[in-house]
Ligand binder design. Structure first.
Ligand code: ADP
Ligand code: GLC
Length: 481
């Protein structure tokens, strides 16, 4: 039995309060699992203007005032206690997190003051822990927004009880690095001796992600395959050399999913619930999905779905190139997503050309995302790269066969082959994707075989328990060092 630890978890989004993608899901579910193992966990995150579930937020009576060269800034610390051993601390800061739509940017692009906003999160989280006298064994960091934490810890908190904490940095996406002009060093008061290729400098810029990767005691990423891929020049985004040097400190731990939120037997977003022993509820969901998109419900065409950030990573451009040929056949396609305006436009145009076969919702809609997972027959993820991916696991649980490109966490979670639970394709190319869609159509034409695929997928255990134990073992090894 592992010793119980105090864990400070810092993340820029946390479900159910804020979310733009899988990071939010992980930052909501993993701390819950760790607290469930008996550890004392506090999450620190910004209190964005459009944070949800505000009814749960209570004052702590504490507030922060931080001094940076750019000026003095601060605000209260709010709290939501989720269970006996799990508390979320929200840093309020009117100038940085108030009065804006979006977490990282809006229609005008990334917010120009992101370096200040997330430097505030990094230093503020440490200050908040100090104020509340929470002295962690482990500080668990996530993506570039938290990259300055180990730097602040080493340079600003030496000789305090916080300094004994070990930092674990989890890479959810190596492509987003938080790179800012050199003058950011001065603006934030970062010591110039860190501005070297061994430190936070990256091609004459400050790189927040790199700071996290250089100065944390241990590194993880969200699947074993991605842990290998990011050590290659093709997928390393300029940081593969550093990651190869630190490979002894880097492990891949696959994400779990929130098995309560994503359960077709209990899902309250669905018009009907179901399990592998009786799939009639899934047919009801399919009909509701088609009706939602105003698509004809007669006939028995298979429905292919996507729910995605519309970003280069996700291969939606490849899908847009491939679907016109696929739509010659008898199938339907529904998409829920937002992001890149060109891809949004591409989806709208596809819908306009095939109004009886294609349904598109541009926007972020969690309720509809559940209906797509349940009501589709196949779920498409033609990603260029995918650190882990959560939707393919949701699909498997919902008896929706995933069609995924063989990359990153998709390889580690979807089983191809005749006795598998999904369909994988290798080349990032139209013909490979089209061939995968054709394999799906022949699977659909054979209900018994399709049923076997569904049952195998629905039986997989993707709950957080196993992965949380891996984090626990890693944390424990650092504490014992
Ligand atoms: P990523 O984090 O790269 O976006 P993941 O597959 O890890 O990819 O996680 C994406 C998460 O965000 C899933 O929970 C997915 O359902 C959700 N999501 C993405 N786009 C939307 C959307 N437009 N509406 C609702 N949920 C979405
Ligand atoms: C990132 C990745 C995604 C992963 C998620 C949670 O956003 O793009 O693959 O599942 O983080 O770790």
């Amino acid at each position: 039995m592992a010793g119980l630890m105090k864990i400070l978890f810092i993340a820029s989004e946390v479900t159910p309060f804020s979310k733009t993608g899988g990071l939010g899901d992980v930052a909501g579910a993993l701390p819950t699992a760790l607290a469930g193992l008996g550890h004392d966990v506090k999450i620190v995150t910004p209190r964005y203007q459009d944070v949800r579930n505000t009814g749960q937020l209570l004052p702590t009576g504490q507030s922060l005032v931080l001094r940076f060269p750019f000026g003095e800034t601060g605000g209260p610390i709010l709290s939501a206690r989720l269970s006996e051993r799990l508390e979320v601390l929200f840093l309020e800061n009117e100038a940085f997190y108030g009065g804006r739509k979006g977490l990282y940017g809006d229609a005008g692009g990334e917010f120009a003051d992101n370096p200040r906003r997330f430097a505030y999160l990094c230093v503020g989280a440490l200050q908040a822990a100090q104020r509340l006298r929470f002295f962690p064994d482990i500080i668990h960091l996530h993506d570039w927004q938290t990259g300055l934490v180990p730097v602040a810890l080493r340079r600003g908190f030496q000789g305090t009880p916080l300094a004994r904490a070990k930092c674990v940095f989890t890479i959810h996406n190596l492509a987003y690095q938080g790179q800012f002009p050199k003058r950011t060093m001065e603006d934030l008061g970062l010591p110039w001796d860190l501005f070297t290729p061994e430190g936070v400098e990256f091609y004459d810029h400050v790189n927040f992600l790199k700071a996290g990767l250089v100065y944390s005691e241990a590194l993880t990423t969200v699947s074993p395959t991605y842990a290998r891929e990011i050590q290659t020049p093709e997928q390393g985004y300029g940081l593969d050399g550093l990651l190869r040097r630190r490979s002894h400190a880097l492990t891949g731990i696959i994400n779990g999913i929130d098995a309560h939120e994503w359960n077709p037997r209990t899902d309250s977003f669905l018009p009907a619930r179901y399990g592998p022993e009786d799939m009639t509820g899934k047919a009801v969901c399919k009909r509701a999905l088609l009706e939602h998109f105003g698509l004809p419900t007669e006939g028995n065409a298979p429905v292919f779905g996507i729910v995605s950030r519309l970003a280069w990573q996700k291969g939606v451009d490849l899908l847009l190139e491939t679907l016109p040929a696929a739509l010659q056949g008898d199938l339907k396609f529904v998409a829920v997503g937002n992001g890149d305006p060109t891809l949004e436009e591409g989806l709208r145009a596809l819908q306009a050309r095939h109004p009886k076969q294609v349904g598109v919702h541009i926007g972020f809609d969690p309720a509809l995302s559940h209906l797509v997972e349940a009501g589709s027959d196949f779920f498409l993820m033609p990603s260029r790269y995918e650190p882990c991916g959560l939707n393919q696991m949701y699909s498997l649980r919902y008896g929706t066969v995933p069609i995924v490109r063989a990359t990153g966490g998709l390889v580690d979670t979807v089983e191809g082959g005749l006795d598998g639970n999904g369909i994988l394709f290798e080349a990032f190319h139209r013909s490979a994707l089209l061939a995968a869609i054709r394999r799906a159509l022949s699977l659909y034409a054979d209900p018994a075989r399709l049923g076997d695929f569904q049952v195998r997928g629905m039986g997989k255990d993707f709950s957080w328990t196993a992965s949380a134990r891996k984090y626990e073992a890693l944390f424990q090894s650092l504490v014992e060092e």
